[in-house]
Design a protein around this ligand. Structure first.
Ligand code: PLP
Length: 393
């Protein structure tokens, strides 16, 4: 007998991957320039120069057996020091290297943190719509997902959160800037969330943790997100360099446990134990060192901003409706028919590959990833216009 849950997970078709593969087949049939693939969130802007310069320097200057060998399980001590110093200097949240755990990207930051915190029966509150892997990660850690819909602007519905958080709640998982909506939670609402979690922890007699999934932190257009540890003490920041440095394939990120967390040492030990039990021996050694030298740098976010502006203004002028995204690289538009799957099938006839919101735990919307070359957006606009006309928009 094999593990049927895992078998099912492995066999399950991911809507996004299916679309991406369909796009590749279609490109082979009719030419790459004639297919407009907005399915994946794979960064299209190159990594900043510091990344390649640092790789070259490390290869030149550090002996191979040191550079490519194991680091400490929690990460190279100098790298953890650098990350802690960066967090302290940039966000004013006093961070210590002993609270930084280097990971293989945000996905690993999530699985490790959830395994560190959850025991069977625990609930983890997520805000819908949400990154589809959350459910898999929470359930694999033995937790149960409790969905709380975002408000009509895709921001936090604090009264609804207040009702959903109870004695079984172990953590609230937030993602700002948000995939798929592009919402960036304001400082005010995050402070109210902090107060709410403090009150709920007191009622429960144990911390309700805030898990802040932040792979898009630097991808913000005109706003800058508050640092979650500054609004609430029992916080773990789950960070990744996948998007900020366009290093998605290199698998590098970190978990920062707030030193103000109740029993921070115990939580950090549980993080280390979870990483160990999940078989993450250490994060990629070369890229730990690369990111330590590129802290505070990011890819050219202006390119994404221009894509966002071009796409959102064109689509709204054709009659589609969306809330202008404040961050990340996704446009979340309302489907002109209630069945977003049917709408995406129709869009496919115009070679537009869009993701229905159903996979994010919400019906009636569509996610468009604008981390593509600007020319793809430009060439796709007539197809969007025709599609809008078909719906009489
Ligand atoms: N969390 C969110 C909200 C994401 O959108 C993604 C990737 O797209 C991840 C986590 C996983 O990121 P990583 O590639 O760093 O594992």
């Amino acid at each position: 007998m094999i593990n049927e849950t895992m078998k099912k997970l492995g066999e399950e078709r991911s809507v996004i991957r299916e679309l991406f593969e369909y796009g590749n087949r279609r490109k082979a049939e009719i030419g790459a320039d004639n297919v407009f693939d907005f399915s994946l969130g794979n960064p299209s802007v190159p990594a900043p120069a510091c990344v390649r310069e640092e790789i070259a320097r490390l290869l030149r200057e550090v002996p191979a057996e040191v550079l490519h060998g194991y680091t400490s399980a929690a990460g190279d001590p100098a790298v953890r020091e650098a990350v802690a110093a960066y967090i302290s200097a940039s966000f004013g949240a006093t961070m210590s290297a002993s609270c930084v755990y280097m990971t293989c990207g945000a996905a690993a930051s999530l699985t490790v943190s959830l395994s560190a915190l959850c025991v069977p029966g625990d609930e983890v509150v997520v805000i819908s719509p949400y990154f589809p892997e959350y459910r898999i990660f929470v359930e694999s850690a033995g937790g149960k997902v409790v969905e709380v819909p975002a408000d009509e602007n895709f921001h936090l519905d604090l009264p609804a959160l207040g009702k959903a958080i109870g004695k079984r709640t172990k953590a609230v998982l937030v993602n700002s800037p948000n995939n798929p909506t592009g919402a960036v939670y304001g400082e005010g609402e995050m402070r109210v969330l902090g107060d709410l979690l403090r009150k709920k922890s007191a009622e429960k007699g144990a911390p309700v943790y805030l898990l802040a999934d932040e792979p898009y932190r630097e991808l913000c257009y005109g706003t800058s997100p508050v640092y979650p540890m500054n609004v609430y003490e029992n916080t773990l920041v789950l960070y990744s360099f996948s998007k900020s440095l366009s290093l998605a394939g290199e698998r590098i990120g970190y978990i920062a446990v707030s030193p103000r967390c109740a029993d921070a040492d115990g939580v950090f030990a549980a993080v280390c134990g979870a990483g160990r039990s999940l078989g993450y021996v250490c994060a990629p050694a070369l890229f730990q060192r690369v990111v330590a030298s590129c802290l505070g740098k990011s890819c050219d976010v202006e390119i994404y901003r221009k894509n966002r502006d071009l796409l959102s203004s064109a689509l709204t002028s054709y009659g589609f409706s969306c809330i202008p995204p404040e961050g990340a690289f996704y446009l979340f538009i309302k489907s002109p028919e209630q069945d977003a799957v049917a709408f995406c099938e129709r869009a496919k006839k115009h070679e537009l590959l869009l993701v229905p919101s159903d996979s994010f735990g919400k019906t009636g919307y569509v996610r468009i990833s604008y981390c593509v070359a600007r020319s793809v957006i430009e060439r796709s606009l007539p197809a969007f216009e025709t599609l809008a006309k078909e719906y009489g928009l």
